[in-house]
Design a protein around this ligand. Structure first.
Ligand SMILES: O=C(O)C1=C[C@@H](OP(=O)(O)O)[C@@H](O)[C@H](O)C1
Ligand SMILES: C=C(OP(=O)(O)O)C(=O)O
Length: 409
């Protein structure tokens, strides 16, 4: 399905309820498999969370988690601990290009039996579950925090808990803190100081424990962008959000003040309002803690005809696509000039935005969603638009409801 977006104007005031965070959901689903007294409210309806649930529930020996990075990494650790169970864990062709060696070797230090089916260092994996021994693991922390979260999630079920020593610069730290906070909420003792994380053993209890997932902040980014590209006074209310979020992408509230958007928190909702014009000609950001909002921000800056320098983007090359290359190619089709390195992107100030450009999405939900707000400036097309379901299946319906005019082609 491709979508043609007419040049549109957002409703002056609107309301949306965004689905639960896929990051929180997939952590809680894994914890629920380990501690069945857990129940989960406002769980994400994303493909990634649905695939995680299916994999955990099905008795099949082959588990296919498609594009879901968290499911791939968290389930690798989980099945390595399932004594007597043998499974193959696989994913989409892109998933088979996303590295997993650091996690496999870390689990190997605990005695896990994991073999590569095709290419060393990449899924599919053949996992023979067993009771893991040992409690000390050292691993590189600069490639993906998901390897660390995967180990932390199984840590309280290990005989002596776990001590992780992290090598190198730690990336995507808020996602590690989210994992630790959820463990703490369950009652698990943890400590994170410098480059060492410890997790104590924790026994299952019968006491019911309910977690309520906060709505997804990465998904909220597209509404921040829409408001930034709208006229002064335009606002949207998004539920259900908290000021003390576990999600690092809640830094959007501060970042978007630079684009003229103010956020107010009230009764579990946030209201985003365009209150002023952008305050600077060049927006400079380090996104090592919030990699998933890089595409949204680059497109907002382009739409507002600002220049933008983003660093800390070293993880973008191994996500759903090489997001640095994808951003450069698609922004340049629209008339931008973009310089990239392995870890940064520089968008030069644009003087025009080309009309009726067809945006390729590279099997990456965030490419489709990040470019859509440009419909407030020019008509454009989004190719393979159903890709959004990885994290936000209701995206197109919600956008139509707030005034974005579109037709399927
Ligand atoms: O732990 C998580 O839920 C996630 C961690 C981040 O990945 P990296 O740690 O690989 O950057 C992020 O990009 C991803 O969307 C979700
Ligand atoms: C990178 C992402 O997801 P994952 O790594 O979990 O596939 C994302 O949602 O932007």
């Amino acid at each position: 399905m491709n979508i043609k977006l007419q040049q549109s104007t957002l409703q002056k005031q609107s309301k949306i309820a965004i689905t639960g965070s896929k990051s929180e959901s997939n952590r809680l689903l894994l914890l629920q498999a380990l501690y069945p007294n857990i129940s989960i409210k406002n769980i994400s309806n994303s493909d990634d969370a649905t695939l995680m649930q299916k994999a955990l529930q099905s008795a099949d020996s082959v588990k296919d988690i498609h594009h879901a990075g968290t499911a791939m990494r968290f389930l690798t650790a989980y099945y390595a601990t399932r004594n007597g169970q043998e499974i193959t864990l696989t994913g989409s062709s892109r998933m088979q290009e996303r590295p997993i060696k650091i996690l496999v070797e870390a689990l190997g230090q605990l005695g896990a039996d994991i073999q590569y089916t095709n290419n060393e260092g990449y899924p599919p994996l053949q996992i023979k579950g067993q009771q893991l021994q040992g409690n000390l693991v050292t691993l590189d922390a600069n490639i993906s925090s998901q390897y660390i979260s995967a180990l932390l999630l199984i840590a309280p079920t290990l005989k002596n808990g776990l001590t992780l020593t992290l090598n190198g610069k730690i990336t995507s730290v808020p996602y590690i803190n989210m994992t630790l906070s959820l463990l703490n909420e369950l009652g698990v003792e943890t400590n994170f100081e410098g480059n060492t994380i410890t997790v104590a053993k924790f026994e299952a209890t019968n006491e019911a424990k309910t977690f309520t997932v906060e709505s997804d902040w990465s998904s909220a980014s597209y509404f921040y962008s829409l408001i930034a590209l709208s006229g002064i006074g335009t606002s949207i209310e998004l539920s259900s959000y908290k000021q003390d979020s576990l999600q690092g992408d809640s830094c959007l509230a501060e970042i978007y003040t630079k684009f003229g958007v103010e956020t107010t928190f009230k009764n579990n909702t946030i209201t985003l309002t365009k209150t002023h014009e952008a305050t600077q000609e060049t927006i400079t950001l380090d996104l090592k803690n919030a990699p998933d909002i890089a595409q949204t921000i680059a497109v907002t800056a382009f739409g507002l005809q600002l220049s933008c320098e983003m660093i800390g983007l070293h993880t973008l090359k191994i996500k759903e696509t090489d997001r640095l290359v994808a951003l450069k190619v698609e922004l340049e089709k629209l008339g931008a000039s973009v310089d990239i390195t392995d870890a940064s992107l520089y968008l030069h100030k644009a003087s025009t935005i080309n009309k009726n450009i067809s945006i390729a999405t590279y099997k990456d939900h965030r490419m489709a969603m990040a470019f859509t707000p440009l419909a407030l400036r020019v008509p454009l097309q989004i190719e393979k638009a159903d890709v959004v379901s990885k994290s936000f299946p209701d995206f197109w319906r919600d956008l139509e409801n707030i005034g974005i005019e579109m037709t399927e082609i």
